[in-house]
Design a protein around this ligand. Structure first.
Ligand SMILES: *Cc1c(COP(=O)(O)O)cnc(C)c1O
Length: 403
């Protein structure tokens, strides 16, 4: 999006505000589906938790995505956004049997990540097919060597427990219609990902009723110049070919599923915040913005890098700034970052603010969550109002009269 368009949105809707560009989301979706166009049946299930605004979910539906969900509330949001139950997969970890049953009752595909629940669910509902989340214990090690990942990771059922899965399936007579992996690490080295896929294919041979294989996500997007990103085209070529071969071996055409979150929405998002104060100390120039980790926690939580531009002074001379928030704790967005000269009142733009940004906002320091705007075909649409003082108080029960 152009600086002029973003500034107009900040002045129309106020700042801080999140702005999402639908064209970028669409471009990412099309790039992925094109890369896998040799695969007969591909399903892209958008990972709701990255950005769960209803209008975003509706746009994903419009593109042709399914939905990946991790809580029953996300399932409900998906249904409200117009997804059919069978377009939704529920891939939580460590949730109660009741929550899984609730999703299954709605007709959503469930994905089970532990043996105990598999056994309980299978005994009670042998007629509801389930997907199994496998942990292949593979991740990229240093120097992009393949190494065995956390053997004690909480996610999925260890590949070493495959015999247990098969035993439970046999005992309970439950149908296993899908297998899944989501290693959670970035797919930088496609060979590492293919290696993990081989483990999944190998496991898949043991299940006779498969309809799909879900390769999760882990697509890496660039945050700054020179960042490595997943080569989607190469992945599509190699994994697509291997998948088709596997289907031949298996004797049935299966669906290849992915569940990207960050890949679809990260780069589509910009976060705009105004500068409250420029504060010069003996060593540092701080730009204090009208926001904090209540609105954008990734830099503090994960140490993630977000490019910052001064929209109000694009041609200015570059200087070094530490960009900080107003929260009464250390909330540094960037340290000694080169940004064009900042004056109080200027609007800064944080890029890659689509995924895990608004979704992780809070009311800490009793601040309001910001507004969200979707930029679609040259028009700005408000898709979430800024909170108000009433929202902050809404669920509080005032027992002042008892004191
Ligand atoms: C979070 C999550 C995703 C999405 O991961 P990204 O890195 O945002 O693509 C996919 N699948 C599952 C099960 C998840 O928990």
């Amino acid at each position: 999006m152009k600086a002029k368009e973003l500034l107009a949105i900040a002045s129309e809707f106020g700042a801080p505000v999140y702005v999402y560009d639908s064209a970028k989301i669409q471009k990412q979706y099309e790039r992925l589906t094109k890369a896998f166009d040799k695969v007969e049946s591909l399903k892209v299930n958008y990972a709701t938790k990255a950005l769960s605004n209803l209008s975003i979910l509706r746009f994903m539906k419009h593109l042709g995505c399914g939905l990946d969900t991790v809580s029953i509330q996300e399932v409900r949001l998906g249904l409200d956004a117009g997804f059919q139950a069978d377009e939704i997969i529920f891939t939580p970890n460590g949730v109660s049997l009741e929550e899984l049953e609730e999703a299954a009752t709605l007709g959503v595909q469930i994905n089970i990540d532990n043996l105990s629940i598999l056994e309980q669910f299978g005994s009670k509902h042998p007629n509801i097919p389930v997907c199994i989340r496998i942990n292949p214990h593979v991740m990229a090690g240093g120097n992009s060597k393949i190494s065995v990942g956390h053997i004690d990771s909480k996610f999925g059922i260890s590949i070493h427990q495959l015999p247990h899965i098969l035993r439970i399936a046999k005992l309970t007579n439950i149908k296993i219609n899908g297998i899944h992996m989501h290693t959670g690490s970035d797919i930088l080295d496609i060979d590492v990902f293919l290696y993990a896929s081989e483990i999944l294919f190998d496991a898949a041979k043991q299940f006779k009723d498969l309809e799909f294989i879900d390769f999760g996500s882990g697509f890496k997007v660039p945050y700054k110049e020179g960042d490595i990103q997943t080569n989607i085209e190469e992945l599509g070529k190699k994994l697509g070919k291997r998948f088709n071969e596997f289907c031949e071996e298996y004797g049935k055409s299966l669906t290849l599923a992915f569940e990207p979150g960050k890949y679809l929405v990260s780069e589509a998002g910009n976060f705009l915040a105004a500068v409250n104060v420029v504060k010069q100390t003996t060593s540092t120039v701080f730009a204090g913005i009208d926001s904090g980790f209540n609105h954008l926690i990734r830099p503090m939580f994960y140490g993630s890098y977000h490019d910052i531009k001064n929209l109000s002074n694009p041609g200015g001379k570059e200087r070094f700034y530490s960009v900080v928030g107003y929260i009464c704790e250390t909330d540094t967005f960037a340290n000694n970052r080169r940004i064009t000269e900042i004056s109080e009142g200027d609007v800064l733009c944080f890029s890659n603010a689509g995924a895990y940004c608004f979704a992780m906002t809070s009311n800490y320091n009793s601040r309001y969550r910001p507004a969200e705007v979707l930029w679609h075909k040259g028009q700005a649409h408000l898709i979430r109002k800024r909170e108000t003082y009433e929202d902050l108080k809404q669920n509080q029960v005032d027992i002042g009269s008892t004191f």
